[in-house]
Ligand binder design. Structure first.
Ligand SMILES: *Cc1c(COP(=O)(O)O)cnc(C)c1O
Length: 414
């Protein structure tokens, strides 16, 4: 007797044309050049699997997001590459909420707790596991740091060779982290899409599988687990608003997809949170396109921000980000470097949560959305802290003491 499928993954679909593509080999973009989305037989799954039974799975058998494996594309358990994933906590930021005038719940979903210290682990765990199932040996990507870190770690775990190409202003710790996990890593005097061009130019000759953001269909599937996990943690209800730091938009697109899939499964209803795509003023192509009413965002020239994860001048899934933002009646918002720094200090000081700059950007954007009336003050809000604050340079507190002098209390208050 054939055993029941361990998941319900059926095929891939072009996100622009809806054309069906079989998933019997590794794929990048659709023939028309658009991102591919994984599709499932949700009708068959509906009623056969209880959401709470899945949620109750033991962490030792199904660590973290792997518990949702029926909604993930990996068919055989042997292909799962795991580094001990966890469900990331949803932490009440009550002190911060009071300071910014939010009277509902304000939660930080702390993705910095995942392997390699960022939510890139979700996407790359899936991409590497799928690549393993296809027998891929070598992979390459352009990266602002965290994606390369996750690629090198999961790649090493799967016995693969990985190549990461980083813009030269990528945080030093990320570059070293990639090398420390066995990845081949190069600093490049250019921006992320210029690093991507190197991958494109050499991939055939080098036999690389290209795992660039959205040029590979399974990173979205990993990132969508943020949406499932969030619904589960909130008792199968979604918050009123989600603030998401948007680079390539994988997570925002993924969560939006997860909400749809969960609705089709009868796990949640039709209500949706307002989705806020947050960018930095120094690199805000999605915000510009949103404000102009466009479906696509032209490349942002002269991109700069110390929030490296959202320094993405051109996103190939721009239309998918913009559609989710508009359908949800959210917005795309940009914040300044000073606002990001102030938000990081605020949340660290008030709630003991050291946000990464990209996570701090979501808090700054939330504050401005409250002030502008884009979200109600009593809304339940989730901010995504996408990586560990410890991976980034921090301002120097510049306080020291000379122990050979008499130290008086006033010196400690200066
Ligand atoms: C990659 C990254 C982002 C952007 O995520 P996308 O889902 O690709 O938009 C934001 N913050 C950090 C820390 C990142 O590493």
């Amino acid at each position: 007797m054939p055993s029941a499928p361990s998941n319900f993954f059926t095929h891939l679909e072009c996100s622009m044309t809806g054309a069906r593509i079989e998933a019997d080999q590794p794929h990048n973009l659709s023939p028309e050049g658009w991102p591919l989305l994984a599709r499932y037989d949700l009708a068959a799954m509906k009623g056969r699997l209880d959401r709470d039974a899945i949620a109750a799975r033991s962490a030792s058998d199904h660590p973290g997001f792997w518990k949702w494996r029926e909604l993930l594309p990996v068919t055989n358990d042997e292909d799962i590459v795991s580094l001990g994933e966890v469900d990331t906590p949803l932490i009440d930021a009550t002190g911060t909420a009071a300071q910014i005038g939010a009277s509902g719940r304000l939660w930080v979903k702390d993705e910095g707790r995942l392997p390699t210290g960022s939510f890139k682990a979700r996407g790359l765990a899936l991409a590497v596991s799928m690549a393993k199932s296809y027998g891929v040996q070598t992979m390459a990507m352009p990266t602002n740091g965290n994606a390369g870190a996750a690629l090198s770690a999961y790649g090493a775990r799967a016995g693969m060779t990985t190549y990461s190409f980083c813009p030269e202003d990528t945080p030093d710790v990320n570059v070293r982290e990639i090398a420390g996990q066995g990845g081949k890593v190069f600093r490049v005097n250019g921006l992320i899409h210029q690093c991507g061009a190197i991958v494109g130019a050499l991939k055939e000759q080098m036999g690389w599988f290209d795992v660039s953001t959205l040029k590979e269909p399974y990173r979205i599937e990993g990132k969508k687990t943020m949406g499932i996990e969030l619904a589960w943690q909130l008792g199968w209800k979604l918050p009123d608003a989600i603030f998401y730091p948007t680079g390539g938009g994988t997570g925002l697109i993924g969560m939006w997809k997860a909400f749809d899939e969960m609705e089709q499964l009868g796990w949640i209803g039709s209500e949706r949170p307002k989705m806020f795509a947050v960018q930095a003023e120094g690199c805000a192509p999605i915000v510009k396109a949103y404000e102009a009413g466009e479906e696509h965002a032209p490349e942002w020239l002269d991109a700069h921000t110390f929030a490296a994860g959202i320094r993405v001048p051109k996103a190939i899934g721009d239309f998918l980000i913009l559609r989710a933002v508009r359908e949800s009646e959210g917005a795309a918002l940009s914040v300044s470097e000073d606002q990001i720094e102030a938000a990081r200090q605020l949340c660290g000081g008030e709630d003991g949560l050291l946000l990464c700059p990209e996570g701090a950007a979501t808090l700054a954007a939330c504050q401005s959305a409250l002030e502008r009336g884009l979200v109600e003050r009593d809304s339940d809000i989730v901010l995504f802290n996408c990586g560990s604050g410890l991976k980034y340079p921090l301002p120097d507190p510049k306080r020291s003491l000379d122990r050979t002098q008499v130290i008086t209390p006033d010196m400690l208050e200066a």
